[in-house]
Design a binder for this molecule. Structure first.
Ligand code: ATP
Ligand code: MG
Length: 429
């Protein structure tokens, strides 16, 4: 007996009942990028493995254990992209979009990470991201954050908190790292195994530990924000002033370090408490060294990525008791066209196309697959259409059609095809 083939663990189908909310979110994302003058870029899903090792960093969760990497026909190592920034920078350098220019770009698409699947965490997931190049900030930092804040407003998401921090310059951070390692070395007994390992490989990431047992030792650790270089301090102060001017509320989280290696100065996350431990719905920051690190001319960069599944989960949770979202997502059709007999079937097909020509906004489904009147009406009812149009053979001869109201208590009527437009226009109001 053959077993049905199942999808790969952590990689989900998006079924027709789910796609309306995705389409709604995607269209809001397109709208908000247009409002700020950002242009879309589309990158390949597969890249050379080296791209991610060099950009994200060898000792990060992603590169250490989450990448889908394979050798392509014994030739070279390729990887399914775990994020979009590295590809975007690669594409920008390769196509001459970055050198001596300013760019405001966005992308959307699937990313792949081999993590333990759970609510809000999958192995194929979708990110929307924004990347800007050639602007030192903090004006652009604030613009990009404002764009994300506007998105929450547009889709009606509430209760998300903006957390910001500054990682300072590379030089200041290296000096801070020495102090941090010194401190943790004095508290080795309080560190878990993961953190002990990170003490030599990536000490900043210890601050990001989710282990409750380490909370106190992390809280008492020296603060990155108190070790900023002068310029980064000015940048951070100005960022805060600008956010205040726009009325964008934030909290400073001095433990926010981000999981990827390429950030400097501003980092930020939008966080919710309503999704359990998968609470970060958007994360980003400044990456002034990344373009050069990937072989381009030194160019500042600032961007973020948001996880669309988490946003949709939150959107649904927050709209459970309201019908507002449902109404926006309605994909109900207006008209279900039934035909009885061969002659009417042919005439019905022609009529359906004619009506679509005349009324591009009309949502019309033509009954296909034959069957008697009762069966067709059952389908019409299930389609949730407002009306059924019924065409029988004698009606074809008389240039007439029957209109049956499926949701209103109204007598069915037989009208001339010439009068049909009037009825349909009424439906589309
Ligand atoms: P986390 O700490 O939750 O693992 P991260 O720091 O690895 O997140 P980023 O690389 O910054 O995440 O990705 C940006 C956003 O993409 C995250 O804030 C989250 O919303 C989303 N995201 C990341 N990994 C996943 C995943 N496996 N499944 C679903 N969404 C994800
Ligand atoms: Mg992660």
């Amino acid at each position: 007996m053959s077993k049905h083939i199942q999808s790969v663990k952590g990689m989900n189908d998006c079924l027709p009942s789910e796609t309306p909310v995705w389409q709604y979110l995607e269209s809001c994302l397109r709208d908000v990028t247009e409002m700020y003058g950002y242009a879309e870029i589309r990158m390949p899903i597969v890249e050379k493995t080296e791209l991610f090792c060099r950009s994200i960093g060898e000792v990060t969760d992603i590169v250490e254990k989450e990448m889908y990497t394979f050798i392509d026909k014994g030739e070279e190592s390729l990887t399914l992209r775990p994020e979009g920034t590295a590809s975007c920078v690669r594409a920008g350098i390769q196509n001459g979009l970055i050198y001596n220019q300013q760019q405001r770009l966005w992308y959307m698409g699937p990313m792949f990470r081999r993590e333990r699947p759970q609510k809000g965490r999958y192995r194929q997931f979708y990110q929307f991201g924004v990347e800007t190049f050639g602007i030192n900030g903090p004006d652009i930092d604030v613009e990009v954050i404002a764009l994300s804040a506007r998105l929450w407003k547009m889709i009606g998401l509430t209760n998300v908190e903006l957390q910001i921090n500054s990682l300072g310059s590379n030089v200041a951070r290296e000096a801070y790292k020495v102090k941090l390692v010194e401190y943790f070395n004095q508290h080795l007994d309080d560190l878990d195994e993961d953190s002990k390992r990170r003490l030599t490989s990536n000490p900043l990431r210890i601050l990001d530990s989710k282990n409750p047992a380490m909370k106190d030792v992390i809280n008492d650790a020296p603060k990155l924000l108190e070790h900023l270089d002068e310029e980064s301090q000015v940048h951070f102060d100005s960022l805060r002033k600008k956010l205040n001017a726009l009325g964008i509320k934030y909290v400073i989280n001095s433990k926010l370090v981000r999981g990827l290696d390429y950030y400097n100065r501003t980092v930020f996350e939008w966080v919710t408490t309503e999704l359990g431990s998968q609470g970060t719905i958007c994360a980003g920051g400044r990456y002034d060294g990344l373009v050069e690190q990937l072989g381009g001319q030194s160019t500042p960069g600032f961007g973020f990525a948001m996880g669309l599944e988490r946003i949709i989960l939150l959107l649904k949770q927050q709209n459970e008791s309201e019908s507002g979202l449902e109404d926006k997502l309605s994909t109900k059709i207006d008209v279900y066209l039934c035909t009885l007999g061969d002659i009417a079937e042919n005439a019905g097909m022609v009529l359906a196309e004619k009506l679509r020509n005349e009324h591009p906004k009309l949502k019309l489904q033509l009954h296909c697959g034959g069957g008697n009147f009762k069966k067709q009406l059952k389908r019409a009812d299930k389609s949730e259409a407002e009306i059924a149009l019924i065409m029988g053979e004698d009606e074809v001869g008389k240039n007439q059609i029957t209109v049956k109201y499926l949701r209103e208590k109204k007598e069915q009527i037989s009208i001339s095809l010439d009068d049909l437009s009037g009825v349909l226009s009424g439906l589309m109001k």
